[in-house]
Design a protein around this ligand. Structure first.
Ligand code: NAG
Ligand code: NAG
Ligand code: NAG
Ligand code: NAG
Length: 284
């Protein structure tokens, strides 16, 4: 899709990619601005492993105009466990020009969509530093069927670190009593990578409170309660990142990330990392 050049043409955000493996469909959900006064949530799909893509389908009316969100960078998930096994979950941010996050849900393999949990930002400081402003978010599913999200802390509410949230009802709610500011996951206001596999949660992002620099992968063997100091992937400037593993190869982790020397986005890099085992759990 050629979406032209902002701000004059139509343009799109980065979008969220996700797979329904029971139907062998890859989806990309994104928001399109520009043509219409309303932001439009669009969905394209591929049934041939990404070689060809459908025309965009406008699902704005399904999720509700007020929930026309920016699907976040990274990936969406298909729930593998109850509750709501099979549900597709996409996390988006930037609701109705305020800042907040919303989970978009589908229980019929991506045909129909609705909004689930919504967490609105609180503009304590009139949209400046210090506001509670959850932004770009990456969900994973844990073995008990709950969702765990790392969320960009856009206005550095209290600390220069990630927010984390949980959902125990398949994304219908993100209860306040399970929201945390994880001070060990420092961030310079950025989107981060998250991946869960067999008892290990991997996290990627710049290990800096202020600069997009020093990209590290860290891991947790207790569902995000504590994190290792991690391994540095790129010591110089680095920006957004996302993590993945292949379904039939549990020995490697992949990271796609922005990096550079002059700018943090000189290059987009893709690195394959061999995992090792320590007391029956994966490490780098
Ligand atoms: C998508 O649908 C919404 C709601 O009906 C509409 O306002 C908007 O113009 C549509 N956008 C596009 C790109 O067709
Ligand atoms: C996938 O794209 C095709 C072709 O545009 C469309 O007919 C179909 O409804 C789409 N499927 C979903 C689940 O969005
Ligand atoms: C909030 O910010 C807006 C835009 O910057 C400004 O016009 C307004 O006066 C501010 N309000 C307060 C109460 O500071
Ligand atoms: C999961 O971890 C266990 C040890 O805790 C290990 O024996 C098993 O091989 C791992 N399975 C996969 C698919 O990596």
């Amino acid at each position: 899709m050629d979406d032209g050049k902002p701000p004059t043409d139509v343009y799109s955000n980065l979008g969220t990619v996700f797979v329904d493996d029971t139907k062998a469909i890859i989806f990309l959900m994104y928001v399109s601005f520009g043509i219409c006064p309303t932001r439009s949530v669009m969905l394209v799909n591929s049934t041939d492993d990404g070689i060809t893509w459908s025309r965009p389908r406008n699902i704005t009316d399904q999720v509700g105009k007020d929930y026309a969100t920016h699907p976040s960078p990274g990936y969406g998930i298909k729930k593998e466990h109850e509750p709501a096994k099979g549900r597709l979950v996409v996390c988006g941010h930037g609701y109705n020009d305020g800042v907040g996050i919303v989970l978009l849900l589908s229980d019929d393999h991506g045909v129909t969509w609705r909004h689930g949990a919504f967490v609105q930002g609180i503009p304590f400081h009139n949209n400046t530093d210090g506001d509670f402003a959850p932004a770009e978010c990456q969900p994973v599913e844990l073995p008990d069927g709950s969702l765990y999200l790392v969320v960009r802390n856009q206005h550095q509410y209290k600390y220069h670190c990630k927010m984390t949230m949980r959902s125990f009802d398949g994304g219908e709610t993100l209860p306040r009593r399970y929201m945390f500011l994880d001070r060990s996951l420092v961030e310079p206001k950025i989107s981060s990578g998250l991946w869960y596999h067999n008892g290990t949660m991997f996290y990627s992002g710049p290990k800096s409170e202020t600069e997009r620099r020093r990209l590290c992968i860290r891991w947790s063997h207790d569902y995000g309660n504590t994190w290792t100091s991690g391994t540095e992937i790129w010591g110089d400037l680095a920006g957004y990142s996302t993590l993945m593993m292949l379904p039939h190869d549990t020995n490697h982790l992949y990271i796609l990330y922005e990096r550079g020397v002059r700018k943090y986005y000189d290059q987009v890099a893709f690195t394959k990392i061999k995992l090792s085992m320590e007391k029956g759990r994966n490490t780098l």
